[in-house]
Design a protein around this ligand. Structure first.
Ligand code: SAM
Length: 272
């Protein structure tokens, strides 16, 4: 079969890693599992043997057909031929239940896939995900404030999920080998908006403004906000509520989510 590099087709051939990915989901004997990008089924066959129901979403017509044929005797396995970014994940989850997600992700759309998982997780439709991605992206997801890798993607991820690093894999674990190392992460979806005392839509937007330009201080990013749905703040507004423990020249990248949430709440209150 022709490989389609544009679809991020690097198939996992390391059998220990294939099993370790499924092991990381824990006991799935009573669970519905959604697999993103099953490809030739390296992980799919192991999942199918262990879970109650499996829904695998594959955009490549030929791969979806191959897998549907191979899985034809498995009545609990459904192959959905679709772009994962266009599928309503919620519609796949049985009413009143939550599902788990697994995927050796197509790396070219890692971030948009994650955003969809976070949204479904926040609606209680997903419980956990075990996902493989480029190692540098995994570094960003799991970075702590103050680290070089910490940024908007880290902050957003850590609001929606607890992140656990599982293991790294070299290019040789795949065929054909990608140019990058890969990492497997486990995400336990548990959004922190309530605990942080903020509303989801407003705080997501505020965070985008805080991290808008990496070279700018937090204050300067907020002063020059005001595009799209992000509102801008005046120097007076910021001075009035600026938390004492935050240095005036601090960058958002150095601050804990709790601190940014406190600033957001104070700005909201002063505007009321
Ligand atoms: N799971 C297989 C494995 O581990 O060997 C394949 C992983 S490969 C990195 C990514 C898979 O995602 C490919 O099968 C590719 O065709 C599929 N894919 C790419 N873009 C997709 C999209 N937008 N929606 C669904 N699947 C996609």
């Amino acid at each position: 079969m022709m490989r389609k590099p544009k679809l991020g087709q690097h198939f996992l051939v390391d059998q220990t890693a294939q099993r370790a990915i499924v092991d990381a989901l824990g006991d799935i004997s009573a669970r519905t599992v959604i697999e993103i990008g099953p490809g030739h089924g390296a992980i799919t066959t192991i999942l199918a043997a262990r879970c109650r129901r499996l829904i695998a979403i594959e955009v490549d017509v030929a791969l979806a057909a191959e897998l549907r044929f191979r899985m034809r005797a498995e009545s609990h396995v459904e192959i959905v031929e679709a772009d994962v970014l266009e599928v309503d994940l919620g519609a796949l989850v049985p009413a009143g239940e939550s599902a788990d997600v697994v995927g050796n992700l197509p790396y070219y759309i890692t971030s948009p896939i994650l955003m969809r998982l976070f949204a479904a997780g926040a609606r209680g439709l997903l419980a956990r995900a075990v996902v493989m991605m480029q190692r540098e992206v995994a570094d960003r997801l799991s970075a702590e404030p103050g680290c070089r890798e910490y940024g908007l993607l880290s902050a957003t991820t850590q609001i929606y999920a607890r992140v656990e690093r599982m293991f790294n894999l070299p290019p040789e674990a795949f065929s054909p080998p990608p140019e990058v190392f890969s990492s497997v992460l486990r995400l336990e979806f548990a959004s922190r908006f309530r605990e942080l005392g903020v509303d989801a839509v407003g705080f997501d937007t505020f965070l985008r403004a805080c991290f808008a330009q990496k070279r700018k201080t937090l204050a300067n990013n907020l002063l020059s906000a005001g595009h799209g749905s992000v509102r801008s703040y005046t120097a007076d507004e910021l001075r009035e509520v600026w938390p004492g423990e935050v240095p005036p020249l601090a960058r958002a990248e150095s601050l804990a989510l709790e601190t940014l949430a406190a600033l957001y709440r104070a700005l909201r209150q002063s505007a009321e």
